[in-house]
Design a protein around this ligand. Structure first.
Ligand SMILES: NC(=O)C1=CN([C@@H]2O[C@H](COP(=O)(O)OP(=O)(O)OC[C@H]3O[C@@H](n4cnc5c(N)ncnc54)[C@H](O)[C@@H]3O)[C@@H](O)[C@H]2O)C=CC1
Ligand SMILES: NCC(=O)COP(=O)(O)O
Length: 329
């Protein structure tokens, strides 16, 4: 870790979810203060109530209290909790963009509560892309054994084939490569690209996206000097990556990547939005409304997210761009 510890803003997440609890629990781990200078963005009164009810220690960190919510019931999201969640995220993003903090780490929010509050985007990823004016971005899930980047994110499964494009996939491969070099300090990353269809399409018997879209996108990335290969049958690829053959898998859709990832890393996985002009990491799980208020939520993923944000802040100080990796399909 750097001698100068980065300032990291931790957003509290949905006030009705497990966010307040895991934020307090994570800040009870002394190693966090070796990694960074954490500050919380949320609701101070609600955090105090949570600490009191669950018997958690009160952290001596700055709290940016943006709301004064009354009557929030754990496990009961509403338009008000969605609006508050949104406020915490936008405030932290603005602070990062203005150079007031080195990174932001987000506790989980509810896509449903966001929509009740009238927010158009489904999650942090898309909100942050809009706030930062970023059109090249992707979701990465990172753990010790497996890293996955998604070619498509929050959309119905039926929309995936028509959403995949040669240009979009090529961009995603390049973004993954850039992020591994910049944020993870892997100088020569090995990327594997998953097929969409069973047995990678079996020579076109089960679909042609591999030939029409995925293979050409890999070739374009390779022409840029990126060590990308595939398309590999997805049923065996994640095992191979977890055995160490690849540094990252590009998955074609949300559950293709997140099911194997969470099987390995449910407790300690980290979600990182790549391509943004700011560092944002997050837990890999949701609001767990079924556990909210019970005191049983596990803070390990949030701890891992804080640690990775601090590492990425340090690594972004390295100059790794001797090579043009921008994608020009
Ligand atoms: N980064 C974010 O803001 C994310 C938000 N979500 C949102 O969260 C909401 C609920 O999503 P679900 O699909 O139900 O997933 P979920 O992750 O909230 O819950 C799935 C299961 O895992 C358990 N679980 C989750 N986190 C846990 C933790 N820290 N400790 C112990 N057990 C835990 C829950 O109790 C539940 O049984 C949705 O609105 C979804 O959109 C989901 C994923 C990420
Ligand atoms: N399954 C991951 C997820 O939904 C996280 O979304 P986001 O809030 O990070 O955009």
């Amino acid at each position: 870790m750097p001698a100068a510890r980065p300032k990291i803003l931790i957003t509290m997440g949905c006030p009705a979810g497990i966010g307040p609890e895991i934020v307090l629990k994570a800040l009870g781990h002394p190693e966090v203060y070796d990694w960074c200078r954490p500050e919380v963005v949320g609701d101070e009164l609600l955090l105090k109530e949570t600490a009191k009810r669950l018997g958690l220690p009160w952290p001596s960190v700055p709290i940016h209290s943006l709301t004064n919510l009354k009557g929030v019931r754990p496990g009961r999201p509403s338009a008000a909790t969605g609006q508050a969640s949104y406020l915490y995220v936008t405030w932290a993003a603005r602070a990062c963009l203005q150079g007031e903090a080195e990174a932001m780490v987000t506790a989980p929010i509810s896509k449903w509560a966001l929509s009740l509050a009238g927010v158009k985007e489904p999650g942090h990823t898309e909100i942050l892309a809009r706030l930062t004016g970023c059109t090249r971005f992707a979701m990465m899930m990172a753990g010790e054994r497996l890293r996955v980047v998604l070619a498509t994110i929050h959309l119905a499964l039926s929309q995936v084939p028509q959403t995949l494009s040669l240009e979009g996939l090529g961009e995603t491969i390049c973004l993954a490569y850039e992020a591994l070099r910049r944020d993870f300090a892997i100088d020569h990353p090995r990327l594997a690209v998953a097929a969409l269809n069973p047995h990678a399409g079996e020579e076109g018997l089960f679909g042609d996206e591999e030939k029409r879209i995925i293979q050409p996108a890999i070739e374009l990335a390779r022409a840029k000097g990126i060590e990308a290969s595939g398309p590999y049958p997805a049923d065996s690829l994640f095992y191979r990556a977890a055995q160490g053959e690849f540094d990252l898998v590009v998955a074609m859709y949300h559950d293709q990547g997140l099911i194997p990832f969470k099987l390995l890393h449910f407790r300690d996985g980290v979600n990182i939005t790549i391509g943004l002009p700011l560092i944002r990491t997050s837990v890999d799980h949701g609001t767990a409304y079924d556990l909210a208020g019970s005191g049983q939520a596990d803070e390990s993923s949030l701890l891992a997210a804080i640690k990775l944000a601090a590492i990425a802040a340090r690594n972004r100080g390295r100059d790794v761009y001797g090579q043009d990796t921008s994608f020009q399909g």
